[in-house]
Design a protein around this ligand. Structure first.
Ligand code: HEM
Length: 131
């Protein structure tokens, strides 16, 4: 298990903690924000390292690696959707908007979170399948 696998495992544990504390905004939001910052940093560091390696050994485009990279980018996009829908939900709850609006905002945040979790788990599993 390399350093990036260890970091990725820690992020998954943070996300699990974030989901368990989903009703507590003071815990849920910082945990999910931390997960995003760590994941974003990892993707950037891995990408910079890869480009350095490719300059030396030439480009290798293994299909699984491409799949993994695409999923990683989709995870980052989903993080943005989680943050925008989460901010909106937070605002609606704080402003005591009509219940239907809060329910709608909650529904889109939950829908995105299902897609997010599937993609983040796919990202984790495929990271162990590539060299
Ligand atoms: C990948 C990151 C995230 C995931 C997977 C996630 C997932 C969830 C889930 C499953 C809920 C429970 C909804 C319900 O039970 O109806 C929730 C609630 C909530 N989330 Fe997130 N979330 C994430 C990030 C964020 C972020 C960045 C914010 C920032 C504002 C946020 C704000 C909220 C709020 C305000 C609630 C409602 C809490 C309450 O009931 O008082 N979430 N989230």
């Amino acid at each position: 298990m390399g350093i990036f696998h260890i970091v990725s495992t820690c992020v998954l544990l943070i996300i699990i903690a974030g989901i368990m504390t989903r009703k507590n905004q003071k815990l849920h939001i910082p945990l999910m924000t931390a997960a995003f910052v760590i994941d974003l940093t990892s993707v950037l560091v891995i990408e910079i390292q890869r480009q350095a390696v490719e300059k030396v050994v030439g480009s290798t485009t293994h299909p699984l690696l491409i799949f993994h990279a695409v999923i990683s980018l989709m995870v980052l996009v989903l993080y943005v959707l989680m943050m925008t829908s989460g901010k909106k939900l937070q605002k609606f709850i704080a402003e005591i908007k009509p219940m239907e609006l809060v329910t709608l905002a909650r529904r889109s945040h939950v829908t995105y979170s299902v897609v997010f979790i599937i993609l983040r788990l796919t990202n984790y599993v495929t990271s162990f399948m590539i060299k």
